[in-house]
Design a protein around this ligand. Structure first.
Ligand SMILES: NC(=O)c1ccc[n+]([C@@H]2O[C@H](COP(=O)([O-])OP(=O)(O)OC[C@H]3O[C@@H](n4cnc5c(N)ncnc54)[C@H](O)[C@@H]3O)[C@@H](O)[C@H]2O)c1
Length: 266
């Protein structure tokens, strides 16, 4: 086998949301390094532009747009940028998401609406916009981001976990609809992964994370892993690369878990 073999993404076009930070940023760099032209969206438009600049400086092809994934027309515009700039869409990675912490009895309706909109509707809009291009094309790979939180109920995570369970079921349902057209749909369900997302509930009102609390949280997460590890964004990006590539050509409707064994399930 020469070069990247079935992992080669040369000539492919990938659209990635949440590309300013963490898993989306790492996925953008990984897919671009594998040869894909990438279209990057994030509500943090400047952050997405920074990711784009690094990829372009390294010889890759990338464009960036500011996009709020809770707005269907903005997600459609992001996908349109892929077809306008690069002529097609082979991969749609719906990565953008937020955490949410609080017991059911305390969660406000505003928080419920916010998290449902970003974590579920945003992914739904991404799937819809991608399908509108991929159906006439007759091919494509859609990759959503769920979470290990769907495996084990934990107090204080109900809203987050429920939105991520919805993403997993959306993925499986869409895989059934899209399969006959030649489109694969999968989700990754990351475990604890070191990104800006982590420590959301450890921040004070000014956004600072207490180093001692962070250390004890990291220890807790490592203790839950048979490998004694926590994941890096690149670990999740590599799984996205696998799902984007022909290496996974028979994989659809699946929930893939890079979680250092934090939860082990059928
Ligand atoms: N880090 C973890 O431990 C972990 C674990 C399980 C699942 N996840 C999931 O992975 C995904 C990526 O998280 P991350 O860890 O890279 O976090 P991150 O905070 O580093 O990145 C998330 C990105 O999403 C963007 N975003 C948020 N709301 C948006 C919106 N409405 N429109 C467009 N962009 C928006 C943010 O600006 C940010 O750049 C999320 O869906 C998250 O739920 C993360």
């Amino acid at each position: 086998m020469k070069g990247l073999g079935v992992f080669d993404l040369s000539g492919r076009v990938a659209c990635i949301t949440g590309a300013a930070s963490g898993i989306g940023e790492a996925a953008a760099e990984t897919l671009a390094a594998a040869g894909a032209a990438v279209v990057l969206g994030d509500i943090d438009g400047e952050g997405a532009a920074r990711t784009r600049d690094r990829i372009v400086d390294g010889g890759g092809r990338a464009v960036a747009k500011s996009v709020d994934t809770t707005q269907a027309e903005q997600v459609s515009a992001l996908v349109a940028a892929a077809t306008d700039e690069f002529g097609r869409l082979d991969v749609m990675a719906n990565v953008a998401g937020v955490g949410s912490y609080g017991d059911v009895v305390d969660v406000s309706e505003a928080e419920l609406d916010r998290v449902l909109a970003i974590n579920f509707k945003g992914v739904f809009f991404g799937c819809q916009a991608a399908m509108r291009v991929m159906v006439p094309q007759g091919s494509g790979s859609i990759i959503n981001v769920s979470a290990t939180a769907i495996n084990t109920p934990v107090g204080g995570l109900s809203v987050y976990a429920a939105t991520k369970a919805a993403v997993a079921m959306l993925t499986q349902s869409l895989a059934v609809e899209a399969g006959p057209i030649g489109i694969r749909v999968n989700t990754i369900a990351p475990g604890f992964t070191l990104t800006n997302f982590v420590g959301g509930h450890l921040r004070d009102s000014e956004g600072n994370v207490d180093a001692v609390e962070m250390d004890s949280y990291l220890k807790l997460m490592r203790d839950r892993s048979p490998l004694g590890e926590v994941c890096e964004a690149s670990d999740q990006a590599n799984l996205i690369w696998f799902l984007a590539s022909d290496a996974s050509r028979f994989v659809t409707g699946q929930i893939l878990r890079a979680n250092a064994g934090q939860s082990i399930t059928w």
